[in-house]
Write a protein that binds this ligand. Structure first.
Ligand code: AMP
Length: 224
């Protein structure tokens, strides 16, 4: 969990890739439906564009359908859900939760990050012009697709999303805190440092990027 731009997508992808977890991003599923003009896409397009939350029934439906696939033998990491009290109660009643990662980022940093975010319209890969720019400007490294601003990454929609977040989503953390599920991570650090802090807090194996970094440092020390 965390405010817009706190790195939920980036960090959960890093966790999922190395730990054999299935990554489920509810916002990505909605965006896919909008892009592909499905019935669900038509139901959520306008609400998403202005930055409001879609109805709980639709959000819970997406989660239920996705998890009914049972392709998550080693578990799943979900980002963008739950976003309010009702969704949290549904989630707690329906699934076993091992932990909640709260990426703590001050609002002052949110605007800078979110307005620098770009999305590939082809494959949905996320970029940030601050510290993960594509090799070729405006073009996705993975599929060559065009990089665009998310429809809701505008000043106006961001203001609504932040309001929704503080009013509805942040209070959900208290429900999880009471169950002692929450680890709080300082999300102002760079992305590898955040990933390592998450793993340290949850006693998970180190991120391999860091292990390579440590191995390189060892090799440097040996050759010095
Ligand atoms: P995200 O990519 O997580 O920022 O989500 C983008 C948008 O999708 C949100 O601003 C909402 O309109 C919608 N959305 C995503 N997850 C949920 C959810 N759990 N409940 C309601 N709306 C959601």
């Amino acid at each position: 969990m965390g405010v817009q731009g706190s790195g939920k997508g980036t960090q959960s992808q890093l966790l999922a890739a190395e730990l054999d977890l299935v990554h489920i991003a509810v916002g990505d599923i909605f965006r896919w439906n909008v892009q592909n003009h499905t019935k669900l896409g038509a139901q959520v397009r306008r609400i998403m564009a202005v930055g409001e939350l879609v109805s709980d029934d639709l959000a819970e439906g997406v989660v239920k359908d996705r998890l009914a696939g049972h392709d998550w033998n080693y578990g799943f990491i979900i980002d963008g859900f739950p976003r309010n009290k009702r969704q949290a109660e549904f989630f707690l009643e329906s699934y076993d939760i091992d932990g909640v990662i709260y990426l703590d980022l001050p609002d002052s940093e949110v605007r800078r990050r979110v307005l620098a975010r770009r999305l590939c319209e082809g494959c949905g890969m996320d970029y940030n012009l601050i510290d993960s720019s594509p090799k070729v400007e405006g073009q996705c490294d993975a599929c060559g697709g065009k990089l665009v601003l998310r429809e809701d990454d505008t000043e106006e929609a961001l203001a609504v999303r932040l309001r929704e977040y503080h009013a509805k989503t942040n209070p959900v953390l208290d429900i999880f805190r009471r169950k002692e599920y929450v680890v709080t991570i300082d999300a102002r650090q760079d992305k590898v440092a955040v990933q390592q802090a998450i793993r340290a807090a949850l006693t998970l194996p180190l991120h391999r990027g860091q292990q390579r970094h440590d191995a390189d440092a060892d090799a440097d020390r040996r050759s010095a």
